[in-house]
Design a protein around this ligand. Structure first.
Ligand SMILES: C[S@@+](CC[C@H](N)C(=O)[O-])C[C@H]1O[C@@H](n2cnc3c(N)ncnc32)[C@H](O)[C@@H]1O
Length: 466
């Protein structure tokens, strides 16, 4: 299918609520997914402007065979995009006939609204705003390489390494081919917002994981020492599982559960690519996993990152700017599941530490879920005070909620996120104290990093010189 026809079909599907842009783009089987996705997002963003221009130019009245969604995509390309890069075929001469009128209507709209740039025609809520300024964070996979090797590789590719950032301002100022080490996380590199590394050889070889900074915190704050047994309750597609495996140095065991077979299949590919060997994947409902099963008797750490509304996701904010909050019914259903999953996790007999995280900004899925689970645990678990310097804290909806962490493009220059770390207040008699001590710092977050090379055994075959 040609690019414009595919884009029109996706737009029509989104409008009739058949799915998200991303889902429909993948389902379209169009070969160049990135190109199609970008075109649909941009057309969607300018939808109201395009509707106004098309209507006032009388395009659909004059051209009865041109369907509205295709017209929108074509007019986007003609007036706001890069011209007909996708080969508009028979539609090109037709659009060219209307070009002068369409351009005049766009110009008239700008005069009417008192603006000079196309971007200024967007409603405030439809501008990508700060979400588009979130840097590209890149986690170094320490199962395969180390930060020094990766930094050297990028330097050889012509990138300029600026050292360790000292503040978020340094991250905000990143431009061009410059990159930094994150001020808080030692294995996290930071590139300018629009840097695309999906085709980079180090990413394809599993040396890098493209993961937002906020989404790196759950595994770091869970902080399981090598050798421990961990449950990743809702694991696919597996970014956090691969991070846990790196912290465990592949020693110990991760029991990873997910309900979704397709997501588990891509997770298996990710784990293979990133060299994870300590993980057992299971297509299973976490709520049906029995805490008394002997296989999990040594599980002291649980990561619970359940399905959520995704209201904090940067891709969502870019894809559907101005999209409203999730409906009350959806929030209730999600929060019900999240709460059941959290309460269930807290019943694992040897559990010492649990991290609950979502990429939602809604209190119902975050502070409310944690508050209710703590109440039900009747003092057995409490919130651990973590990362005192983190600027954005949980909403003060119950005493201690400030121990939770929040994240957003505005406050932390990351996607929107929520994290709560729960720790057992009393140690069960079956588990000795020595086995259970859980540090509260981020192990790799020390302010200064010694310059050291990867150990030979842990180092990957050197990345090819470019
Ligand atoms: C937010 S995603 C997890 C992302 C993952 N932790 C990562 O970092 O890549 C939530 C996942 O929970 C899974 N899920 C939903 N309900 C579940 C259940 N009852 N048991 C296990 N997994 C479930 C979904 O299929 C989805 O893959």
């Amino acid at each position: 299918m040609a690019l414009y026809a595919a884009a029109a079909a996706v737009l029509a599907g989104v409008e009739s609520r058949q799915g998200s842009i991303k889902g429909l783009v993948y389902a379209s089987r169009f070969q160049n997914v990135k190109q199609l996705y970008a075109l649909v997002c941009e057309t969607q963003r300018y939808s109201a402007v395009l509707d106004a221009v098309i209507a006032s130019a009388g395009l659909l009245r004059a051209e009865k065979k041109l369907r509205p969604h295709l017209a929108k995509v074509l007019v986007y390309e003609l007036l706001l995009g890069r011209g007909f890069r996708g080969g508009a075929g028979r539609w090109k001469p037709l659009l060219n006939r209307h070009q002068a009128r369409l351009k005049a209507e766009l110009a008239r709209l700008k005069v009417h609204r008192g603006v000079s740039r196309n971007e200024d025609l967007l409603e405030v809520g439809c501008r990508p705003g700060l979400a588009s300024q979130v840097p590209r964070f890149v986690r170094v996979n320490t199962l395969k390489t180390c930060s020094d090797n990766v930094i050297d590789y990028f330097k050889r590719q012509g990138f300029s390494y600026q050292g360790r950032a000292s503040s978020l301002e340094d991250l905000r100022a990143l431009k061009g081919k410059c990159f930094l080490l994150d001020p808080l996380l030692s294995e996290l590199l930071v590139f300018p917002a629009q840097t695309d590394l999906h085709d980079h050889p180090l990413y394809l070889a599993g040396h890098l994981i493209l993961q937002d900074k906020a989404s790196c915190l759950p595994a770091l704050l869970l902080d399981p020492p090598p050798g421990s047994h961990v449950i990743d309750a809702c694991a696919a597609p597996g970014n956090k599982t691969s991070h846990l495996a790196a912290l465990l140095k592949n020693q110990g065991k991760i029991f990873a559960f997910d309900l979704d077979a397709k997501r588990l299949a891509s997770m298996a590919t990710l784990l293979a690519r990133t060299g994870v060997s300590c993980c057992q994947l299971a297509e299973e409902d976490f709520l049906a996993v029995s805490p008394s099963d002997q296989r999990y008797r040594q599980v002291q750490y649980i990561l619970l990152d359940p399905s959520c509304s995704g209201s904090g996701m940067v891709t969502r904010q870019l894809e559907e700017p101005g999209a409203g909050a999730p409906s009350k019914e959806r929030l209730q259903a999600l929060a019900g599941f999240q709460q059941r999953a959290l309460c269930h996790a807290l019943t694992f007999p040897s559990l010492q530490r649990l991290v609950y995280s979502t990429c939602s900004l809604c209190q119902e899925e975050n502070e409310d879920v944690v508050r209710d689970a703590l109440q039900q645990s009747a003092g057995t678990f409490r919130l651990a005070p973590v990362l005192p310097s983190w600027p954005h804290r949980g909403l003060s909806t119950f005493p201690g909620a400030e121990h939770c962490l929040r994240a957003s493009p505005e406050t932390t220059l990351t996607g929107g996120f929520f994290i709560a770390v729960l720790e057992r207040a009393e140690v069960p008699s079956s588990v000795s104290q020595a086995e259970t001590s859980a540090p509260e710092h981020i192990p790799s977050a020390a302010p200064k990093r010694k310059k050291r090379r990867c150990k030979a055994a842990a180092a990957p075959s050197a990345p090819p010189r470019t």
